[in-house]
Design a protein around this ligand. Structure first.
Ligand code: ADP
Length: 415
């Protein structure tokens, strides 16, 4: 089955075409056929398309909205030069999988998209005002471009965390506020946490029921997750992605009083405060230089900038605290798994995170740690480490494609 996987952000559209079916899932033999990215939808867009095994092509052109972006993609797919093996026409796209950010309490697993599901995603807009409308635009555009006969599936970032116990998802505010407005922790990056935990079990031949892990998704947005017997029991992001770890531009955990204080001291609006906390805080806010961890590490290595080092240390210390909290919550862990841009590539960040954690049984092998980058999946803990430490590249698009197939074929989700 050829699955078109679509991930629409507020000003971007990412897609992949993946050939997969139940047998290919079982044998990890799914095939990526093509992929692409359109950034800056709404203005002069930057476009990258690539047929697997061929060089990427790049271009820039004005694209006004997500519908126009998807039409651009389908024109490229249909053009004579593109030639994706197995895709002769749109009839060869058998299903579409949509990444949806917020499913609130309504969507606890991936679902086939129908009218009711669409209105359910609309109902969650309040909780994700930037993301869910973009996801819906992708759904409407795909329905129009590919036609109503092609089945579509929604895969939610929040769904994996729906197994959290109420002790962990409730905020300690009056319970009626949860009952009336569903104010609670939902968590994000669910497909990524779920995937790397599954890979860890698969590579090590372990069963769900016998394995507890802590997964660290460290990218521009970062989150940690405690996974007990295959189920998320706690995660660092909250009702929105602002809570938890320090991130590229988001502040993470903060005393809410700061918000009111800033409004008065800086004489700025609530919107401006939230814009600061979301877009000008975190690693960027502390370093005053960049939100990009690779650049920041290079800056520190070259010039020894004090605030660059401070930002890196704060980023790593927050992660340590969550590891400690989750080990306390699960009575230890079998493994810690690093993933996403920083987690997969930065030996220095992994070194700082795991430094001085031997009391908890966490010991890196420095040589193995240095070898893990650029998409390698490998163990990086020392022989004596009680807790296994792994780098496992995430593959959220693969989860989207696989869930799409499973939902359409009514096959059980095994991980
Ligand atoms: P997003 O959340 O946007 O998907 P990614 O998972 O792609 O983010 O991660 C982006 C982050 O990963 C950036 O901060 C980037 O600098 C960082 N990164 C990528 N490669 C490296 C590297 N070799 N060393 C340190 N950081 C890296």
């Amino acid at each position: 089955m050829n699955v078109f996987v679509l991930n629409c952000g507020s000003s971007s559209l990412k897609f992949q075409i993946v050939e997969t079916d139940l047998e290919m899932i079982e044998h990890d033999s799914d095939k990526l056929l093509a992929k692409g990215l359109i950034e800056r939808v709404g203005s002069q867009a930057l476009i990258t398309y690539q047929v697997e095994g061929k060089p990427a092509i790049k271009m820039a052109t004005p694209i006004k909205d997500h519908r126009a972006a998807l039409l651009h993609v389908t024109n490229w797919l249909a053009s004579d030069e593109t030639k994706i093996p197995g895709i002769l026409s749109f009839d060869d796209i058998h299903a579409i999988g949509h990444r949806c950010v917020h499913g609130a309490e309504r969507f606890k697993k991936s679902v086939r998209i129908d009218k009711e599901v669409i209105s359910g995603i609309e109902d969650c807009i309040d909780l994700a005002p930037l993301h869910n409308p973009a996801n819906l635009k992708g759904i409407y555009a795909a329905r129009e471009v590919f036609g109503p006969q092609v089945p579509m599936v929604a895969i939610f970032d929040t769904a994996f965390h729906s197994t959290m116990p109420e002790e962990n998802y409730l905020y300690a505010i009056p319970y009626q506020m949860y009952r009336r407005f569903k104010i609670r922790k939902y968590g994000f990056h669910g497909t990524s946490h779920r995937y790397v935990a599954y890979r860890y079990r698969k590579v090590n031949n372990l069963t769900r029921d016998s394995t507890n892990v802590i997964t660290l998704h460290l990218g521009n947005g970062s989150s940690a997750c405690a996974i007990k017997k295959g189920c998320s029991i706690d995660t660092s992001m909250g009702m929105t992605p602002l809570e938890g770890l320090m991130m590229g531009t988001r502040c993470g955990d903060i005393d809410p009083t700061v918000i009111d204080y800033l409004i008065h001291k800086e004489a700025i609006s609530l919107d401006e405060v939230f814009s600061t906390l979301n877009k000008r805080s975190g690693v960027l806010g502390i370093s005053g230089l960049t939100n990009d961890m690779r650049d920041l590490l290079a800056e520190y290595a070259e010039h020894g900038d004090r605030r660059a080092n401070l930002a890196i240390n704060m980023f790593c210390d927050r992660i340590k605290k969550y590891i400690g909290a989750y080990m306390a919550g699960m009575n230890g862990t079998d493994a810690i798994i690093f993933t996403a841009g920083i987690g997969e590539n930065s030996a220095e960040i992994r070194r700082r995170v795991c430094e001085d954690m031997s009391y908890l049984g966490i010991e890196l092998d420095p040589d193995l740690n240095k070898q893990a980058y650029g998409g390698k999946e490998m163990k990086i803990s020392s022989e004596d480490s009680k807790v296994a430490i792994w780098v496992i590249p995430t593959n959220e698009e693969l989860v989207l494609a696989r869930d799409t197939v499973r939902v359409i074929l009514n096959a059980p989700r095994v991980w």
